[in-house]
Design a binder for this molecule. Sequence first.
Ligand code: FES
Ligand code: FE2
Length: 378
Amino acid sequence: MTATDPRSPLLPTPPGTAYTDPAVFAREQARVFEAVWVCAARAGDLPRPGAFRTVPVGRESVLLTRDRADRVRAFLNVCRHRGARLCTEEAGEVRRAFRCPYHAWTYGLDGRLVAAPNLGELPAAERDRRGLAAVHVREWLGYVWVCLADDPPSFDETVRGAVADALGSADAVAAYGVDRLEPGRREVYDVRANWKLIVENFMECYHCATIHPELTGVLPEFAEGRAAQADGGRGAAFGADVDGFTVDGGSGFGRLGGVGEDRDRRYYAVTLPPQVFLNLVPDHVIVHRLLPLAPDRTRVECDWLYDPEVLASGADVARSAELFDRVNRQDFAACERCQPAMASRVYRDGGVLVPLEHHIAGFHRWLADRMADAPAGG
Ligand code: FES
Ligand SMILES: [Fe+2]
């Protein structure tokens, strides 16, 4: 019986080359990551005018900053003179302008070209045209989201709406007040695996019993392999003897302000393709952001967000954050175990999804639809 046999409970995955081929990766960067809204940075990482971050989005580097009016701005990180990378640091702060290290063209925090040595007579129209190339930017859930498309898809439909649909209601995420939470811990993981392996892994729980002893200790139903996100925002219940979402099931912190009884003692997970995972528990929120760097390499930035009052009280979040840090390391090790085998001849036609994984085919369809769209910028 093969995966294509109609009597088989198995569905096919994409072929191995989808996870290894540089040409596939380049098309994904162009048609997906440069065409949709991408969650680029925590807004609080740009605490004041002149603070900046550089983030790889698709094949571009995006420069995020805050202007004099405290508005978040996003630009392509490319000098308009002869193309030097304007900022090479991942994060930093300038006083009032970005000065290119090559010939000293200087740009205001709003991206306008404000000075170019020996070019005092540059016509105003020419000067206006040579400002930094702006990128569409939005703030939501305390994060900065950018879109490189000239004509971005609706943020409300493709981001807010998709999260609301996954959780079963638009109010569900609002209850956690994510935008007022603050990071109690942040980890950046350099994962030697294709970004799709990480998405697929996050969507299923077939592996939970095998590799996640601490997580199944807190969420016993995960040991049966049913993913919390497989059926419309059901959430997974804490075990009867579990006090909190911590590495040993010991107590965590008080419920976040808007979280009601119905969502108490439950874990909710949302995969927002292509690159955001939201994890909601009563006392904190964990946000993963994937930044694909190569066919076999993905940077994953993970924030553990807590009530600012909990953090200000000096409470120790170590046991709380430790749970998902272990889960992350277990998951990423599994993805890294699969990556080299994607190039094996036996995986040329791909692998299979068991019924507990069938919802992953929805992600594959979503991706196939984006890949079939007209090329966005390349
Ligand atoms: S390349 Fe930036 S000033 Fe010349
Ligand atoms: Fe996992």
